[in-house]
Design a protein around this ligand. Structure first.
Ligand code: ADP
Ligand code: MG
Length: 351
Protein backbone atom coordinates (compact mmCIF):
# COMPACT_ATOMS: atom_id res chain seq x y z
CA UNK A 1 0.00 0.00 0.00
CA UNK A 2 1.26 3.45 -0.88
CA UNK A 3 1.64 6.15 1.74
CA UNK A 4 0.03 8.69 -0.60
CA UNK A 5 -2.33 7.80 -3.44
CA UNK A 6 -3.71 10.56 -5.65
CA UNK A 7 -6.26 9.73 -8.33
CA UNK A 8 -7.44 12.24 -10.94
CA UNK A 9 -6.68 14.99 -8.44
CA UNK A 10 -7.94 18.27 -9.83
CA UNK A 11 -7.86 21.78 -8.44
CA UNK A 12 -9.49 24.65 -10.28
CA UNK A 13 -9.20 27.96 -8.42
CA UNK A 14 -12.21 30.29 -8.32
CA UNK A 15 -10.68 32.49 -11.05
CA UNK A 16 -10.63 29.46 -13.37
CA UNK A 17 -6.93 28.51 -13.16
CA UNK A 18 -6.61 24.72 -13.45
CA UNK A 19 -3.62 24.27 -11.10
CA UNK A 20 -3.92 20.44 -10.92
CA UNK A 21 -5.21 18.60 -13.93
CA UNK A 22 -6.46 15.05 -13.18
CA UNK A 23 -3.16 14.13 -11.59
CA UNK A 24 -2.33 10.54 -10.54
CA UNK A 25 0.51 9.83 -8.14
CA UNK A 26 1.65 7.07 -5.77
CA UNK A 27 4.27 7.81 -3.14
CA UNK A 28 5.71 4.74 -1.38
CA UNK A 29 5.99 4.36 2.36
CA UNK A 30 9.20 5.94 3.66
CA UNK A 31 10.06 7.46 0.30
CA UNK A 32 11.80 10.80 -0.18
CA UNK A 33 9.84 12.07 -3.16
CA UNK A 34 10.58 15.32 -5.04
CA UNK A 35 8.07 17.37 -7.00
CA UNK A 36 9.99 19.41 -9.49
CA UNK A 37 8.78 21.98 -11.98
CA UNK A 38 8.86 25.61 -13.04
CA UNK A 39 7.11 28.34 -11.09
CA UNK A 40 3.33 28.17 -11.47
CA UNK A 41 3.14 24.48 -12.46
CA UNK A 42 1.07 23.57 -9.40
CA UNK A 43 3.60 22.25 -6.86
CA UNK A 44 2.40 24.32 -3.91
CA UNK A 45 -1.22 23.64 -4.80
CA UNK A 46 -0.50 19.90 -4.77
CA UNK A 47 1.04 20.05 -1.28
CA UNK A 48 -1.68 22.31 0.10
CA UNK A 49 -4.39 20.06 -1.32
CA UNK A 50 -2.78 16.95 0.21
CA UNK A 51 -2.46 18.81 3.54
CA UNK A 52 -6.12 19.86 3.35
CA UNK A 53 -5.41 23.60 3.17
CA UNK A 54 -7.09 23.66 -0.25
CA UNK A 55 -10.15 21.64 -1.19
CA UNK A 56 -9.83 19.38 -4.23
CA UNK A 57 -12.22 20.21 -7.06
CA UNK A 58 -12.18 16.59 -8.19
CA UNK A 59 -10.45 13.27 -7.60
CA UNK A 60 -9.32 11.54 -4.42
CA UNK A 61 -6.51 11.65 -1.87
CA UNK A 62 -5.69 8.56 0.19
CA UNK A 63 -3.08 8.54 2.94
CA UNK A 64 -2.32 4.92 3.73
CA UNK A 65 -5.70 3.21 3.50
CA UNK A 66 -7.73 6.25 4.58
CA UNK A 67 -9.58 8.43 2.11
CA UNK A 68 -8.86 11.94 3.43
CA UNK A 69 -10.21 13.90 0.46
CA UNK A 70 -12.87 15.59 2.60
CA UNK A 71 -11.11 15.61 5.98
CA UNK A 72 -9.97 18.90 7.59
CA UNK A 73 -6.18 19.48 7.84
CA UNK A 74 -6.01 18.64 11.56
CA UNK A 75 -7.25 15.11 10.92
CA UNK A 76 -4.87 14.21 8.11
CA UNK A 77 -1.77 13.53 10.19
CA UNK A 78 0.62 15.49 7.97
CA UNK A 79 3.34 17.97 8.92
CA UNK A 80 4.06 20.79 6.51
CA UNK A 81 6.93 23.24 6.14
CA UNK A 82 5.97 26.33 4.15
CA UNK A 83 8.27 28.12 1.77
CA UNK A 84 8.42 31.25 3.98
CA UNK A 85 8.35 29.02 7.14
CA UNK A 86 5.22 30.85 8.39
CA UNK A 87 6.51 31.08 11.98
CA UNK A 88 4.50 33.15 14.47
CA UNK A 89 6.70 36.22 15.10
CA UNK A 90 5.29 37.00 18.55
CA UNK A 91 5.75 33.45 19.91
CA UNK A 92 8.93 31.93 21.30
CA UNK A 93 10.73 29.16 19.44
CA UNK A 94 9.34 26.64 21.92
CA UNK A 95 5.74 27.84 21.50
CA UNK A 96 6.12 27.87 17.72
CA UNK A 97 7.32 24.26 17.75
CA UNK A 98 4.60 23.20 20.18
CA UNK A 99 1.83 24.84 18.16
CA UNK A 100 0.51 21.69 16.37
CA UNK A 101 0.13 20.03 19.78
CA UNK A 102 -1.85 23.00 21.07
CA UNK A 103 -4.23 22.57 18.11
CA UNK A 104 -4.52 18.93 19.16
CA UNK A 105 -5.37 20.16 22.68
CA UNK A 106 -2.46 18.37 24.35
CA UNK A 107 -1.66 19.52 27.91
CA UNK A 108 1.01 22.16 28.52
CA UNK A 109 3.57 19.81 30.08
CA UNK A 110 3.38 17.33 27.22
CA UNK A 111 3.50 20.10 24.65
CA UNK A 112 6.60 21.60 26.12
CA UNK A 113 8.27 18.24 26.67
CA UNK A 114 7.74 17.19 23.05
CA UNK A 115 8.72 20.62 21.70
CA UNK A 116 11.93 20.67 23.77
CA UNK A 117 12.77 17.21 22.45
CA UNK A 118 12.18 18.32 18.83
CA UNK A 119 14.27 21.48 19.45
CA UNK A 120 17.10 19.37 20.82
CA UNK A 121 16.86 16.98 17.88
CA UNK A 122 17.15 19.85 15.40
CA UNK A 123 20.10 21.47 17.24
CA UNK A 124 18.03 24.36 18.56
CA UNK A 125 18.78 23.75 22.23
CA UNK A 126 19.46 27.04 24.04
CA UNK A 127 17.31 29.04 21.59
CA UNK A 128 13.92 27.96 22.97
CA UNK A 129 13.01 31.36 24.45
CA UNK A 130 14.00 33.46 21.44
CA UNK A 131 11.53 34.82 18.91
CA UNK A 132 11.87 34.02 15.19
CA UNK A 133 13.18 37.54 14.45
CA UNK A 134 16.19 36.78 16.67
CA UNK A 135 17.24 33.73 14.63
CA UNK A 136 19.29 33.22 11.48
CA UNK A 137 17.60 31.92 8.31
CA UNK A 138 18.98 28.42 8.89
CA UNK A 139 17.72 28.40 12.49
CA UNK A 140 14.27 29.60 11.40
CA UNK A 141 14.16 26.80 8.90
CA UNK A 142 14.97 24.25 11.59
CA UNK A 143 12.21 25.68 13.81
CA UNK A 144 9.78 25.16 10.92
CA UNK A 145 11.05 21.57 10.54
CA UNK A 146 10.74 20.95 14.28
CA UNK A 147 7.17 22.26 14.24
CA UNK A 148 6.29 19.96 11.34
CA UNK A 149 7.81 16.97 13.15
CA UNK A 150 6.64 17.53 16.70
CA UNK A 151 3.39 15.59 16.37
CA UNK A 152 5.14 12.66 14.61
CA UNK A 153 3.11 12.97 11.39
CA UNK A 154 2.77 10.08 8.96
CA UNK A 155 3.59 12.36 6.06
CA UNK A 156 6.01 15.23 5.79
CA UNK A 157 5.34 17.92 3.17
CA UNK A 158 8.11 20.43 2.43
CA UNK A 159 7.47 23.39 0.14
CA UNK A 160 10.81 24.68 -1.19
CA UNK A 161 12.30 24.54 2.32
CA UNK A 162 15.78 25.54 1.16
CA UNK A 163 14.91 28.40 -1.17
CA UNK A 164 15.34 31.16 1.42
CA UNK A 165 18.84 30.09 2.42
CA UNK A 166 22.00 31.40 0.80
CA UNK A 167 23.92 29.08 -1.53
CA UNK A 168 26.36 27.69 1.03
CA UNK A 169 23.88 27.16 3.83
CA UNK A 170 21.57 25.59 1.32
CA UNK A 171 24.01 22.78 0.57
CA UNK A 172 24.50 22.12 4.30
CA UNK A 173 20.77 22.16 4.93
CA UNK A 174 20.22 19.79 2.01
CA UNK A 175 22.55 17.18 3.51
CA UNK A 176 20.98 17.71 6.93
CA UNK A 177 17.49 17.21 5.51
CA UNK A 178 18.47 14.02 3.75
CA UNK A 179 19.98 12.60 6.96
CA UNK A 180 16.93 13.64 8.97
CA UNK A 181 14.57 11.93 6.55
CA UNK A 182 16.66 8.74 6.57
CA UNK A 183 16.76 8.65 10.37
CA UNK A 184 13.04 9.25 10.78
CA UNK A 185 12.02 7.13 7.80
CA UNK A 186 8.98 9.37 7.34
CA UNK A 187 7.36 9.56 3.91
CA UNK A 188 8.36 12.96 2.55
CA UNK A 189 7.21 15.01 -0.41
CA UNK A 190 9.69 17.73 -1.14
CA UNK A 191 8.84 20.56 -3.55
CA UNK A 192 11.53 22.39 -5.46
CA UNK A 193 12.03 24.31 -8.69
CA UNK A 194 15.75 23.46 -8.49
CA UNK A 195 16.57 20.38 -10.51
CA UNK A 196 19.97 19.89 -8.83
CA UNK A 197 18.27 19.76 -5.42
CA UNK A 198 15.76 17.18 -6.63
CA UNK A 199 18.45 15.02 -8.24
CA UNK A 200 20.60 15.19 -5.10
CA UNK A 201 17.92 14.38 -2.54
CA UNK A 202 15.12 12.32 -3.95
CA UNK A 203 14.49 8.60 -4.22
CA UNK A 204 12.13 9.48 -7.07
CA UNK A 205 11.17 12.66 -8.87
CA UNK A 206 7.98 13.78 -10.58
CA UNK A 207 8.58 16.53 -13.13
CA UNK A 208 5.47 18.72 -13.41
CA UNK A 209 4.24 21.11 -16.05
CA UNK A 210 0.89 22.93 -16.03
CA UNK A 211 -0.77 20.78 -13.36
CA UNK A 212 0.36 17.46 -14.84
CA UNK A 213 3.24 15.06 -14.33
CA UNK A 214 5.42 14.89 -17.44
CA UNK A 215 7.83 12.24 -16.13
CA UNK A 216 8.24 10.18 -13.01
CA UNK A 217 11.40 8.25 -12.23
CA UNK A 218 14.59 7.95 -10.22
CA UNK A 219 17.12 10.79 -10.49
CA UNK A 220 19.26 8.59 -12.76
CA UNK A 221 16.30 7.82 -15.04
CA UNK A 222 15.18 11.41 -15.50
CA UNK A 223 18.75 12.62 -15.97
CA UNK A 224 19.79 9.93 -18.46
CA UNK A 225 16.54 9.44 -20.32
CA UNK A 226 14.27 12.47 -20.14
CA UNK A 227 10.95 11.29 -21.58
CA UNK A 228 10.21 14.41 -23.62
CA UNK A 229 11.71 17.74 -24.67
CA UNK A 230 10.19 19.57 -21.71
CA UNK A 231 11.97 17.33 -19.19
CA UNK A 232 15.11 17.25 -21.36
CA UNK A 233 15.41 21.01 -21.27
CA UNK A 234 14.48 21.30 -17.57
CA UNK A 235 16.84 18.73 -16.02
CA UNK A 236 20.62 19.18 -15.89
CA UNK A 237 22.99 21.83 -14.49
CA UNK A 238 24.20 22.60 -18.00
CA UNK A 239 21.45 22.67 -20.62
CA UNK A 240 21.19 19.60 -22.83
CA UNK A 241 22.22 20.06 -26.46
CA UNK A 242 19.03 19.79 -28.53
CA UNK A 243 19.93 19.64 -32.20
CA UNK A 244 17.62 19.38 -35.18
CA UNK A 245 18.23 16.28 -37.29
CA UNK A 246 16.72 14.12 -40.01
CA UNK A 247 16.38 10.34 -40.12
CA UNK A 248 17.92 8.76 -43.21
CA UNK A 249 18.22 4.99 -43.51
CA UNK A 250 19.28 3.67 -40.10
CA UNK A 251 21.02 6.92 -39.30
CA UNK A 252 20.34 10.47 -38.23
CA UNK A 253 22.01 13.40 -39.94
CA UNK A 254 22.61 16.04 -37.27
CA UNK A 255 24.99 19.00 -37.01
CA UNK A 256 27.23 17.72 -39.79
CA UNK A 257 27.54 14.26 -38.22
CA UNK A 258 25.87 10.98 -39.10
CA UNK A 259 24.88 8.96 -36.04
CA UNK A 260 23.18 5.58 -35.78
CA UNK A 261 19.53 5.70 -34.67
CA UNK A 262 19.54 4.51 -31.03
CA UNK A 263 18.40 0.87 -30.77
CA UNK A 264 15.34 1.67 -28.61
CA UNK A 265 14.08 4.23 -31.17
CA UNK A 266 14.55 2.09 -34.27
CA UNK A 267 10.92 1.00 -34.53
CA UNK A 268 9.48 4.43 -33.78
CA UNK A 269 11.07 6.81 -36.32
CA UNK A 270 10.49 6.88 -40.04
CA UNK A 271 12.81 7.60 -42.89
CA UNK A 272 12.86 11.29 -43.71
CA UNK A 273 11.33 12.30 -40.37
CA UNK A 274 12.67 15.40 -38.62
CA UNK A 275 13.76 14.74 -35.07
CA UNK A 276 15.55 16.50 -32.24
CA UNK A 277 18.77 14.88 -31.02
CA UNK A 278 19.44 15.36 -27.33
CA UNK A 279 22.88 14.85 -25.85
CA UNK A 280 24.14 16.19 -22.56
CA UNK A 281 27.36 18.23 -22.48
CA UNK A 282 28.58 15.75 -19.83
CA UNK A 283 28.15 12.86 -22.29
CA UNK A 284 30.34 14.38 -25.00
CA UNK A 285 34.13 14.06 -25.06
CA UNK A 286 36.26 16.81 -26.51
CA UNK A 287 38.82 15.91 -29.16
CA UNK A 288 41.22 18.17 -31.05
CA UNK A 289 41.45 15.69 -33.91
CA UNK A 290 38.59 14.56 -36.18
CA UNK A 291 36.65 11.53 -34.97
CA UNK A 292 33.87 9.38 -36.48
CA UNK A 293 30.34 10.40 -35.55
CA UNK A 294 31.61 13.58 -33.88
CA UNK A 295 30.35 17.16 -34.15
CA UNK A 296 33.21 19.17 -35.59
CA UNK A 297 33.50 22.94 -35.42
CA UNK A 298 35.27 25.87 -33.88
CA UNK A 299 35.41 26.78 -30.20
CA UNK A 300 33.49 30.01 -29.60
CA UNK A 301 33.09 30.24 -25.81
CA UNK A 302 34.89 28.69 -22.82
CA UNK A 303 33.18 28.97 -19.42
CA UNK A 304 35.06 27.82 -16.33
CA UNK A 305 33.01 25.60 -14.03
CA UNK A 306 35.74 24.93 -11.47
CA UNK A 307 37.29 21.52 -12.04
CA UNK A 308 35.97 21.47 -15.61
CA UNK A 309 34.86 23.92 -18.26
CA UNK A 310 31.89 24.23 -20.55
CA UNK A 311 33.11 24.66 -24.10
CA UNK A 312 30.78 25.81 -26.88
CA UNK A 313 31.56 24.71 -30.41
CA UNK A 314 30.01 26.49 -33.39
CA UNK A 315 29.08 23.65 -35.71
CA UNK A 316 27.67 25.15 -38.91
CA UNK A 317 24.47 26.89 -37.77
CA UNK A 318 24.29 24.79 -34.59
CA UNK A 319 25.95 25.19 -31.22
CA UNK A 320 27.18 22.19 -29.24
CA UNK A 321 28.37 22.45 -25.62
CA UNK A 322 30.83 19.98 -24.14
CA UNK A 323 32.03 19.58 -20.56
CA UNK A 324 35.83 19.37 -20.76
CA UNK A 325 38.04 18.14 -17.93
CA UNK A 326 40.79 20.33 -16.49
CA UNK A 327 43.49 18.34 -18.30
CA UNK A 328 42.60 20.11 -21.57
CA UNK A 329 42.31 23.79 -22.27
CA UNK A 330 40.65 24.53 -25.61
CA UNK A 331 40.65 28.22 -26.50
CA UNK A 332 38.26 30.28 -28.57
CA UNK A 333 39.14 29.92 -32.25
CA UNK A 334 40.55 26.35 -31.86
CA UNK A 335 39.13 23.56 -33.99
CA UNK A 336 37.39 20.88 -31.96
CA UNK A 337 35.21 17.78 -32.13
CA UNK A 338 32.55 16.68 -29.66
CA UNK A 339 32.36 12.89 -29.54
CA UNK A 340 29.12 11.41 -28.14
CA UNK A 341 29.53 8.52 -25.71
CA UNK A 342 27.88 5.30 -26.85
CA UNK A 343 24.19 5.03 -25.95
CA UNK A 344 23.97 8.63 -24.75
CA UNK A 345 22.29 10.25 -27.75
CA UNK A 346 18.51 10.55 -27.39
CA UNK A 347 15.97 11.17 -30.12
CA UNK A 348 12.81 13.19 -29.72
CA UNK A 349 10.02 13.74 -32.17
CA UNK A 350 9.92 17.30 -33.36
CA UNK A 351 7.20 19.44 -31.72
P1 ADP B 1 4.03 26.51 -7.96
O1 ADP B 1 4.06 26.24 -6.50
O2 ADP B 1 4.45 25.36 -8.81
O3 ADP B 1 4.79 27.75 -8.33
P2 ADP B 1 1.21 27.12 -7.53
O4 ADP B 1 0.61 25.87 -7.04
O5 ADP B 1 1.52 28.17 -6.51
O6 ADP B 1 2.51 26.78 -8.41
O7 ADP B 1 0.26 27.78 -8.61
C1 ADP B 1 -0.29 27.03 -9.69
C2 ADP B 1 -1.22 27.95 -10.49
O8 ADP B 1 -2.36 28.28 -9.69
C3 ADP B 1 -0.61 29.26 -10.89
O9 ADP B 1 -1.11 29.61 -12.15
C4 ADP B 1 -1.08 30.22 -9.83
O10 ADP B 1 -1.15 31.53 -10.32
C5 ADP B 1 -2.46 29.67 -9.52
N1 ADP B 1 -2.86 29.93 -8.11
C6 ADP B 1 -2.19 29.56 -7.00
N2 ADP B 1 -2.84 29.89 -5.88
C7 ADP B 1 -3.99 30.50 -6.29
C8 ADP B 1 -5.11 31.08 -5.62
N3 ADP B 1 -5.17 31.08 -4.28
N4 ADP B 1 -6.09 31.62 -6.37
C9 ADP B 1 -6.03 31.60 -7.73
N5 ADP B 1 -5.01 31.06 -8.43
C10 ADP B 1 -4.00 30.53 -7.73
MG1 MG C 1 5.13 27.20 -4.97
Amino acid sequence: MSAITLRALTKVYPGGVRALDALDLDVADGEFFALLGPSGCGKTTLLRTVAGLETATGGTIRLGDADVTRLPPGRRDVGMVFQDYALFPHMTVLDNIAYPLRIKKEGRARRHGAAAEAAEYLSLAGLEQRRPGELSGGQQQRVALARALVAHPRIFLLDEPLSNLDARLRLEARTFLKRLQRELGVTTVFVTHDQAEALALADRIAVMEAGRIRQLGTPVEVFRRPANLFVASFIGSTPMNLLPGRVCGGSVAVAGAVLPVPAEERGSVEDGESVVCGVRPEYLDFSDVPADGAFGGRVSVVEHLGASSLVTLDVGDDRVSVVVGEDREPRPGDEGWAVPRPGRVLLYRDG
